[in-house]
Design a protein around this ligand. Structure first.
Ligand SMILES: [Zn+2]
Length: 98
């Protein structure tokens, strides 16, 4: 169960791509380790595209064991989907809200 959201800056400063700062990632990992917590997922939004990993998402996803949550804002109601990406293979996971 997720108990915290760790917001990261988009160092790309772009509405169509994102990258996280290595320093912010390192700081987040240290925080998780100090609190004996685990990193459960990475999330980002697609303001103008569907909730599915883009080619860039697939190419640059460096954490195959970490689920990737994508929120699409294309429709009136946001669409939220979750995926694992490993070796360019995209597998959708079911999201359960408790
Ligand atoms: Zn994306």
């Amino acid at each position: 169960m997720a108990t915290e959201i760790c917001r990261m800056r988009n160092v790309d400063r772009s509405p169509v791509s994102f990258s996280m700062s290595e320093n912010e990632i390192s700081r987040a990992f240290k925080g998780f380790k100090n609190r004996d917590e685990e990193w459960m997922a990475i999330y980002h939004s697609h303001p103008t595209d569907r909730a599915y990993p883009s080619q860039e998402d697939i190419l640059f996803h460096n954490y195959p064991e970490i689920p990737y949550i994508i929120v699409s804002l294309v429709q009136n109601k946001p669409a939220v989907r979750c995926f694992l990406i490993e070796n360019s293979l995209v597998t959708e996971l079911k999201i359960e809200l408790v």
